[in-house]
Design a protein around this ligand. Structure first.
Ligand code: TPP
Ligand code: MG
Length: 579
């Protein structure tokens, strides 16, 4: 019988599943796997990073962007501990990820050996599949099972691999199940469920849709559905751009970072359609006593988690929308939509003023984000970090269906943008990639700017330089606390980029930014733009009660005055004309 190394058998399984690359950093306990990757370097790329956290964050970003399983690798002990952040990002944003983690040789297990950490125990909470390999012969089967489980459960599969096992010879008999028909089938939506949701929708006067990542890939069908039935749409941040953010029915995002019209429309709605979303901020959802809700999700455990549900439909949003659209127009009234559109036009006027804001010495963040939107192409991948960039991006980048918008939505980890940009440019080199991070967030991973130069990844990295943790400044103020621990030393990020072999620019005014923009149209090297921004915080679209009380403690009035929070006519008032 033909024999091969267990590591070869493992790589064959990865290849069967279409794995194109593995992100990681070599060392002690993962060396035999690295050696096998070396032998297959024509078929699988090994992307070497400078910190394992960047490997796992890049792998999770790859999974978010491409829908395929991301793979990362590290030594056991300290390497695995560094991976943890990206693994949690994959868990919490529900994308498939495989982590191959080294371990001391099998004969040394449980001997408190150098770097011996019980990774299986450590990673128990993050993983949907978590096995320590016990025999070389089982390696290919377990890798196959791990990938299937990660895809099926949209989560993290972890394999801890004692480093002697991949080098052992085993029989070459295992065949992976990749490509098997019906491996990941989804339930068929029953006709009576469609009839029931149709009845509820027809009855409703003020329907609204909240759609999430479950809608990705069904943007065209959702566009048809909202247009045919005159329904205002709110998209969660991670699904931004599934339907164009500036579609006439779109009210933007809802929540702290959302728009006032979206908040008000939610509060008025009498029918809520939740499409593939697990949106957590219940304060921003409608009044449950006067609003009926229907939820469509592939994960039944999510039903009714946030809102009392009249009707739960297990299945894919795409299938649901196809069945709904097959009926043509279900409702004809556009009264509620018109009222929402009027509030949105006031909001957009106010936003336009912000986009043109050149007051102050430095670049106003809203002016910067408007410029970022301007240089974006129809195929841009945005990779946005956690901090005020999250808020400005949510408001000012109107994502289009041909674009992608990568964020760390549920873990909200700082340092996600650069790894996201690396993954995006490696996966889809023909697309423009724009990464945006605060000075705090970028500094957490900036050593890996050299990874971008090493692999010749020409993307644009904006650093929003305000020498502080501005998001936390606002957070402390809204909780009524005095600011503490938030000042940051200034770093010359342009020099950092140059030191890594990339291109670095420093911009200190709107005029300097305007002058630089043409150079950013097509960059041929990793390019960093260190932008000194005005000290201004994006205010919540609608301040909910507990925050308002916090702000009050921190001189609510001044905050509002300083930021000229707009007195836009409320939806209620506008609706009086229509109803
Ligand atoms: C790893 C991690 N640590 C801490 C936080 C909490 N946090 C959220 S935003 C933020 C400040 C971000 O600062 P910066 O990157 O400079 O962006 P800014 O808000 O100043 O624009 C912090 C500390 C986090 N989300 N992730
Ligand atoms: Mg900052």
């Amino acid at each position: 019988m033909k024999k091969i190394k267990a590591s070869e058998a493992m790589i064959n399984v990865l290849l069967d599943w279409g794995v194109k690359r593995v992100y990681g950093l070599p060392g002690d306990s993962i060396d035999t796997t690295i050696d096998a990757l070396h032998r297959h370097d024509e078929e699988i790329d090994f992307i070497q990073v400078r910190h394992e956290e960047v490997a796992s964050l890049a792998a999770t970003s790859e999974a978010k962007l491409t829908g395929t399983v991301g793979v990362c690798l590290s030594i056991g002990g300290p390497g695995a501990i560094h991976l943890l952040n990206g693994l949690y990002d994959a868990k919490m944003d529900h994308v498939p990820l495989l982590a191959l983690i080294g371990q001391v040789n099998s004969g040394l297990l449980n001997s408190d050996y150098f770097q011996e950490v019980n990774t299986a125990a450590m990673l128990e909470d993050v993983a949907v599949y978590n096995k320590e390999i016990q025999s070389a012969a089982s390696l290919p089967r377990i890798v196959d099972e791990a990938i299937r489980t990660a895809i099926r459960q949209k989560g993290v599969a972890v394999l801890t691999i004692p480093d002697d096992l991949p080098d052992e010879e085993i029989a070459d008999t295992y065949r992976a199940l990749a490509g098997e028909a019906n491996l990941f089938s989804t339930p068929t939506i029953e006709a009576d469920k469609i009839a029931e949701v149709t009845r509820l929708l027809k009855e409703s006067k003020k329907p609204i849709i909240l759609s999430g990542v479950g809608t990705k890939g069904a943007g065209a069908a959702l566009t048809t559905f909202i247009e045919t039935n005159h329904i205002p749409l709110i998209q969660t941040m991670p699904s931004k751009g599934t339907v164009a953010d500036n579609h006439p029915n779109s009210l933007g995002n809802v929540g702290k970072l959302g728009t006032k019209p979206a908040y008000e429309a939610m509060k008025e709605a009498d029918f809520l359609l939740l499409l593939g979303t697990n949106y957590p901020y219940v304060d921003y959802l409608p009044d449950a006593s006067s609003c009926k809700a229907v939820q469509i999700d592939i994960a039944p455990e999510r039903f009714g988690k946030r809102f009392p549900i009249e009707l739960a439909i297990e299945g894919r949003v795409a299938d649901f929308l196809a069945l709904m659209n097959a009926q043509g127009a279900i409702r004809t009234s556009d009264t509620f939509l018109k009222a929402c559109q009027q509030t949105m036009s006031h909001w957009n006027d106010w936003m336009q003023e912000q986009r043109e804001n050149t007051s102050g010495e430095f670049v106003h963040p809203s002016y910067l984000f408007n410029a970022i939107e301007k240089i974006a192409k129809p195929n841009t991948v945005f990779s946005i970090d956690v901090g005020t960039s999250t808020s400005w991006g949510a408001r000012f980048i109107r994502v289009q269906p041909g674009q992608d918008y990568l964020i760390s939505a549920w873990l909200g980890t700082m340092g996600c943008a650069l790894p996201g940009a690396i993954a995006a440019k490696i996966n889809e080199p023909e697309r423009q990639v724009i990464s945006v991070a605060g000075d705090g967030a970028f500094a957490m991973v900036m050593q890996d700017f050299v990874t971008a130069t090493k692999y010749n990844l020409p993307f644009i990295q904006f650093v929003i330089n305000n020498q502080k943790l501005a998001f936390i400044e606002v957070e402390q103020q809204s909780a009524g606390q005095r600011n503490y621990g938030i000042d940051l030393e200034d770093i010359d990020f342009a020099k950092v980029a140059e030191a890594c072999g990339g291109v670095g620019y420093t911009v200190k005014s709107a005029a300097e930014l305007d002058a630089l923009l043409p150079k950013l149209a097509d960059v041929s090297k990793p390019t960093l733009v260190n932008v000194y921004v005005e000290d201004d915080a994006p205010l919540p679209g609608k301040i909910v009660m507990d925050e308002a009380q916090g702000y009050a403690k921190f001189a609510f009035e001044t905050v509002l005055k300083d930021h000229q929070f707009p007195t836009l006519p409320p939806l209620k008032e506008i609706m009086r004309q229509f109803f």
